[in-house]
Design a protein around this ligand. Structure first.
Ligand code: AHR
Length: 786
């Protein structure tokens, strides 16, 4: 095998290709990256956030009812934006009467000898000469650090430092009271002194450093669904994410419901996210909602868009405006007089339908007019294909969208089969921003398949401008979504196998790609059993709903034969794939199934399974999925779903639908009442002998990235055309040698990570043996002075 690289010719600019996407899900911010250790510091936790929450969630009372009583009050608070606070009544002073907090994990992690910054707002009604004792404790109440504060009769902020005398993973912060009477507390806070870049009230160092080590070119924030799921009124407790609520003093940032089922303090707000972007060398890419919530069908009236226009314009001023401007002034006041250099702005995340795009247009036009230099990012919805995906791209053609944000979470095999997804995308005009993607798992196999797909992104960098894996962070104690790039608990953190692949590609991104010619490569191998057809069992089912199917007819379109089937009823309450009526085993190439379907009870409509080999390998045409909004064709491979294509559809109870599924080779068409719904060609899984790209970086280093999915080594001659005939040094970062299902863990955090080898060669050619199932980055430097 030979690879010829033209080292003198630039193919595509790589620009800001690889970045990261931060969202506060899986407690990524509160209880994660944001260094605050106290859960419910402001007593604002509420049922709105989570049914199980109340204003004392996270707090434990120390002392008997005879000794102590606590109440959460409003009225004359520290800040009207966070109106609740705690009143502690000491009836009978005890040695240790008060409250304590265990933080977000099984307890707070205190490191022996480490410092912690405590702060709180407090006031007291009587016994003013008696102190409050602030202590770090272990679970059993052993004191690891303790200091006292004297509290006055008016609200005042108190701060002190504590140093832990011992280590514990189940630590508590306690505030105990000497003397009698009523004490008021609010914003009871504890941060490690050792935060990222030593910032007070800053970020957890280990997590921020894992992000920094990636060298991302951009940071998309503050989330996906987090940006748009919520009430449109910015003052509502369950408001959509409103960036203006996340800047200024933390006390004045209103707490909000995080749509991932918990509470968001806003402590890690837009200022901090811009700051983080700057710290890690990434361009900020904030995303705003233009007043549309697809989760609850809320849309701001089109004649009341000014708030959302201002939100975008003011954000640009906040990021880039002079300190003399209103919002630039706030940035300066918060500590950053220099602009943050915002270049990109996302409007929307995964929304579908014209209602969204009307609002997108209003906001985008206003931004274009005032700030034509800002690159606007639109959306193609949450699916990789289908009518709404196409709508997103159609709207992008209206000239108000520089990049379209695509999202997909698929089986690893989908990523292999779709390696050339962007090969047919135009290189002029609107570019692709692959804003969320991941194969379904954190194993070495997942990471390997993602790496091969990323080679495809680089090969198509004429069309693909930005890409980031998602989600980024996950607390092992609060998992909303898997897989994730980085895992942590109260003490530890580790990057997944996927993290190390992302890191290799980011650190070695390069400035532009170089043309590559492959010679003598073995033919690609097809891993799909029957690549010309979708054969297997045909079955009917539902997801939770009671449904009836009648007039069921299978037509073998190869032979013209028809096979009628008796009516089928499916009971209510069975999750998808738990009961189905098997109709037939289909082995012909071209066939169609027609039937009438009625939903009698329940919720999620109809399921037609086809091409089924077993429960873990099948296709599904489903109608009425997720909040009864979608019709989809999904492929399940080795138990992992890939939603191949989608359109918007809601099932109406008791209404009869005429459904048709037509399979022609690997082309799938579906129809509802005669209307074409999906038309999709399923790609077989084909692996190439070796996936390889080349690039040059700012220092003229040549970077060769190669992914070998096969079980054989690939010995390859690399010819560097145009390189002076000199001695070169070569550094190889190689990921290889694990079982497909191996993964990193708290116990073995770097099991799957690259090992570095070095070599030298003379001339313009060398041979490299790319190991079986491996990811390799070769960095080639011409040695000076020879
Ligand atoms: O990354 C997790 C979620 O997936 C995002 O919030 C959303 O955009 C997508 O559906």
């Amino acid at each position: 095998m030979k690879v010829k690289i033209d080292t003198e010719k630039k193919k595509y600019d790589l620009g800001d290709l690889y970045g990261i996407f931060f969202e506060d899900l899986n407690h990524g911010a509160d209880g994660g990256l944001y260094g605050e250790m106290v859960e419910n510091r402001a007593f604002e936790f509420d049922r709105v956030d989570n049914e199980s929450y109340h204003h004392l969630t996270g707090w434990e009372i120390i002392g008997s009812d005879e000794e102590i009583g606590v109440k959460v009050l409003t009225g004359n608070p520290v800040s009207e934006k966070n109106p609740h606070y705690l009143a502690v009544d000491i009836h009978k002073p005890g040695r240790r009467t008060g409250i304590r907090n265990a933080g977000y994990h099984k307890g707070m992690y205190f490191q022996k000898g480490a410092g912690y910054n405590f702060s709180c707002w407090a006031k007291r009604e009587q016994d003013l000469e008696e102190p409050l004792c602030i202590s770090l404790q272990d679970k059993a109440g052993r004191i690891l650090a303790e200091r006292e504060i004297q509290v006055t009769a008016e609200w005042k902020k108190y701060e002190l430092n504590l140093t832990a005398s011992d280590e514990t993973e189940e630590g508590r912060l306690a505030v105990t009271v000497r003397g009698r009477g009523r004490i008021y507390l609010d914003f009871v806070s504890l941060f490690p002194r050792d935060t990222y870049r030593g910032r007070r009230g800053g970020l957890r160092r280990d997590l921020a450093e894992l992000l920094e080590a990636l060298h991302p070119k951009f940071l998309r924030f503050p989330g996906g669904c987090l940006t748009h799921d919520g009430a449109l009124d910015p003052d509502a407790r369950d408001a959509q994410y409103r960036w203006k609520n996340t800047v200024g003093p933390v006390e004045s940032r209103p707490a909000r419901r995080n749509n991932w089922g918990y509470h968001q303090t806003g402590g890690l707000g837009f200022y901090e996210l811009f700051q983080l972007s700057e710290d890690i060398g990434a361009k900020p890419l904030p995303v705003l909602s233009p007043g549309y919530d697809p989760h609850h069908y809320r849309a701001v009236p089109l004649d009341r868009m000014q708030y959302f226009i201002d939100e975008a314009l003011d954000l640009i001023e906040f990021a880039n405006g002079s300190p003399d401007s209103k919002w630039g002034g706030l940035r300066a006041q918060m500590g950053h007089p220099k602009p943050f250099g915002l270049e990109y702005l996302g409007i929307g995340n995964e929304e579908v339908g014209e209602e969204f795009f009307r609002r997108y247009k209003v906001v985008a036009e206003a931004v274009r007019e005032r700030y034509p230099e800002i690159k606007l990012v639109g959306t193609s919805g949450p699916f990789a294909a289908g009518t709404e995906y196409e709508r997103g791209w159609r709207h992008a053609g209206e000239g108000l969208t520089d990049l379209v944000d695509e999202h997909y979470y698929m089986a690893p095999e989908w990523f292999v089969a779709n390696h050339d997804r962007y090969g047919s995308f135009p290189e002029e005009g609107t570019g692709v921003f692959l804003g969320e993607y991941a194969s379904k798992g954190n194993s070495w196999y997942n990471a390997l398949c993602e790496a091969s797909f990323m080679i495809g992104l680089e090969e198509c960098a004429g069309a693909v401008k930005l890409a980031c894996y998602a989600p980024l962070l996950c607390s092992a104690d609060h998992v909303n979504w898997e897989p994730d790039m980085i895992w942590f608990d109260g003490k530890r953190s580790f990057g997944s196998a996927n993290y190390y692949v992302q890191k290799l590609f980011m650190v070695n991104q390069g400035r532009y790609t170089l043309p590559v010619v492959k010679e003598g490569f073995p033919a690609p191998v097809c891993r799909t059993e029957n690549p010309d057809r979708i054969g297997g069992k045909l079955m009917l089912g539902s997801d939770d709903a009671a449904v009836e199917y009648r007039d069921i007819l299978l037509v073998n379109e190869d032979s013209g034969e028809s096979f009628p089937f008796p009516d089928v009823s499916i009971r209510e309450g069975l999750p998808c794939g738990k009961e189905w009526a098997v109709l037939d085993e289909v082995n012909c190439k071209n066939y169609s199934l027609t039937l009438k379907a009625v939903e009698k009870k329940g919720f999620k409509g109809f399921r037609i399974y086809f091409g089924a080999k077993d429960e873990k390998n099948l296709f599904r045409f489903s109608l009425g999925g997720w909040q009864n909004q979608d019709a989809m064709v999904t492929e399940t491979l080795n138990g992992r779903d890939s939603d191949l294509t989608h359109c918007v559809f809601s099932v109406e109870r008791e209404r009869e639908y005429a459904l048709k599924l037509q399979v022609s080779g690997r082309r799938i068409r579906t129809y509802i009442d005669g209307r074409l719904c999906h038309d999709y060609r399923v790609k077989p899984v084909i692996t190439e002998a070796l996936y390889i790209t080349a690039a040059k970086d700012e220092n003229e280093d040549i970077l060769v990235k190669a992914v070998n999915l096969s079980k054989e080594n690939r010995k390859t001659d690399i010819v560097l055309q145009g390189l002076a005939d000199k001695r070169c040094s070569l550094t190889a970062d190689v990921m290889k040698g694990w079982q497909e299902q191996d993964r990193n863990s708290f116990e073995e955090p770097e099991k799957i990570s690259p090992a570095t080898e070095t070599a030298e060669f003379e001339g313009t050619e060398f041979t490299w043996d790319f190991p079986a199932e491996s990811v390799t980055v070769l960095r080639i430097q011409e040695r000076s002075g020879q």
